[in-house]
Design a protein around this ligand. Structure first.
Ligand code: NAD
Length: 488
């Protein structure tokens, strides 16, 4: 059974027991112990005590050394993390081993480096009596941070928040997704192994409303909430946190466009689109679900993308011939299939996919789905406007740059966009006019963790990454010291 990790110990959470299901074949991986309100209380209390105690008294360099040790221990136990992540998500081992697990370790190293390199601002001024005053900024941790995570990149997105939060001296209570509790739980062993003081890192399991998610985000002794997940959930958490005036960081949903100009490098474009539409079975917040293609190459791009989709082979994560996993759950499969049906109703031509693939008998209970490409959909259709979070895209033609820009920006979301062109002037012009937090030109999901990451509109509030994470996870105080000195 997967247990909660509270005050350095694994223990039952006092709530129900729920199932952790393998999406590959619908089998039971194990049971999970849900944290009750009292269980969450205990976790928050432990985090508060650690803040006042051993963690708060560590020097910055000692804290960073511990975070480097956490990263090294994740690397050392990469096989364990890989097994846990792959069982929970069903994603190909090859994907998790080059993306999720190394990024889990990198998130601790990068922010241990970043926090050592934050300059402090200072200004001199003069009091009315002419005496000088020096103003300087002090950073201190926010306190106890609630970290609420989704299921699509469980370790990667959890450590993306825990790394900088701990680097800044906070303590955390993590609520992983109910679909993917394993790697957050395993991280407790890592923390204990390298000597992170008890109470610094806590994990409570459960669901959202009426469960650990709600108990945590409404807890009066939480100082800040960092959330990644659906826009609707983000709104619920903001409402819940409003009474306590809690700072929130919101990384939410998207309906990301890719814009392909006729002058683009076609092979690189298809490679980029194939990843951005289908990687992780389309369950990446940055993934592309709208592809706008300039008319002269429209048919070619559609044919090549459909061809690339047909080469994706569903199968077990450790099947060397497979490179395409299932969706996260039967429930999510039903949601995505609902959109596949809606696309047909809205007049789509199904160029490829559109249903559930034929799977061998032992995988039939898995949440499998076909990679799908549609044409013939209006830019105004629901299929082309609502986040599906599946391996599918609507391909829509355009004639002019202005038309492409209008359609790309015509959305309530503003997370990411990719642009494919060889025209460097157009790349700059177009990138500066896109209303999104992240723009890629001739590539996709190429991340430098020092850069700002986040979305505008319904895709989120705030930016994380590099110094932006440090802004969120610290409180800034200005100290003004008047002193006797030269009056010039
Ligand atoms: P979700 O919103 O359903 O759940 C996310 C987490 O919130 C889970 O741990 C869940 O238990 C918890 N939760 C749900 N209701 C809650 C409530 N009322 N109070 C407190 N906690 C609650 O999201 P998901 O389905 O796990 O993930 C997919 C979504 O995440 C997609 O919309 C995707 O775009 C988004 N996402 C965004 C980013 C980003 O960086 N912007 C990254 C990854 C995923």
């Amino acid at each position: 059974m997967i247990l909660n990790f509270i005050d350095g110990q694994y223990r039952e959470g006092g709530g129900r027991i729920f199932n952790d299901i393998n999406p590959v074949d619908g089998s039971l991986i194990t049971h999970v112990s849900e944290a009750s309100r009292e269980g969450v209380d205990d976790a928050v209390r432990a985090a508060r005590a650690a803040l006042a105690g051993p963690w708060g008294s560590l020097k910055l360099a000692q804290r960073c050394d511990l975070l480097y040790a956490v990263a090294a221990e994740i690397d050392r136990r990469a096989e364990d993390f890989l097994a846990a992540e792959v069982a929970d998500t069903g994603k190909p081992r090859s994907l998790a081993s080059h993306l999720d697990i190394p990024r889990g370790a990198a998130n601790f190293r990068v922010f241990a480096d970043a926090v050592r390199n934050v300059p402090t601002e200072a200004f001199t001024s003069h009091a009315p009596d002419g005496k000088p005053a020096l103003n300087y900024a002090l950073r201190r941790p926010k306190g106890v941070v609630a970290v609420i995570c989704p299921w699509n990149l469980p370790l990667l997105l959890m450590t993306w928040k825990v790394g900088p939060a701990l680097a800044c001296g906070n303590t955390v209570v993590v609520k992983p997704s109910e679909e993917t509790p394993a790697t957050a739980a395993l991280m407790g062993e890592v923390m204990n192994a390298v000597g992170v003081p008890k109470g610094v890192y806590n994990v409570v399991h459960g669901f959202g409303p009426g469960s650990a998610g709600e108990f945590l985000t409404t807890h009066p002794d939480i100082d800040a909430i960092t959330f990644t997940g659906e826009t609707r959930t983000g709104a619920a958490i903001m409402r819940a946190s409003a009474a306590g005036i809690k700072p929130v960081s919101m990384e939410l949903g998207g309906k990301n466009p890719a814009v392909v100009f006729a002058d683009s490098d076609l092979d690189a474009t298809i490679a980029g689109l194939t990843r951005s539409v289908f990687e992780n079975t389309g369950q990446v917040c940055l993934g592309t679900e709208r592809v706008y293609v300039q008319r002269p190459i429209f048919e070619t791009v559609v044919a090549k993308l459909a061809d690339a989709a047909s080469r994706l082979k569903p199968g077990r994560p450790d099947d060397a011939n497979a490179n395409f996993g299932p969706l996260i759950s039967a429930e999510h499969q039903q949601k995505v299939l609902g959109y596949y049906a809606l696309a047909r109703e809205e007049g789509a031509t199904v160029v490829c996919g559109g249903g559930v693939p034929q799977m061998p008998r032992d995988l039939k209970q898995g949440a499998w789905i076909e990679p799908t490409v549609w044409t013939g959909l209006s830019h105004q259709s629901r299929t082309a406007r609502e986040e599906i979070f599946g391996p599918c895209c609507a391909v829509i033609p355009f004639d002019t740059e202005a038309e492409a820009l209008r359609m790309a920006n015509d959305t309530r979301y503003g997370l990411a966009a990719s642009v494919y062109t060889r025209d460097i002037d157009r790349a700059h012009r177009f990138a500066s006019a896109l209303k999104v937090g992240v723009v890629w030109v001739n590539t996709w999901f190429l991340r430098d963790l020092r850069t700002a990451f986040g979305g505008s509109g319904s895709s989120g509030i705030g930016r994380e990454g590099g110094v932006h994470s440090l802004e969120f996870y610290t409180e800034l105080s200005n100290v003004c010291i008047k002193f006797n000195g030269a009056t010039e």
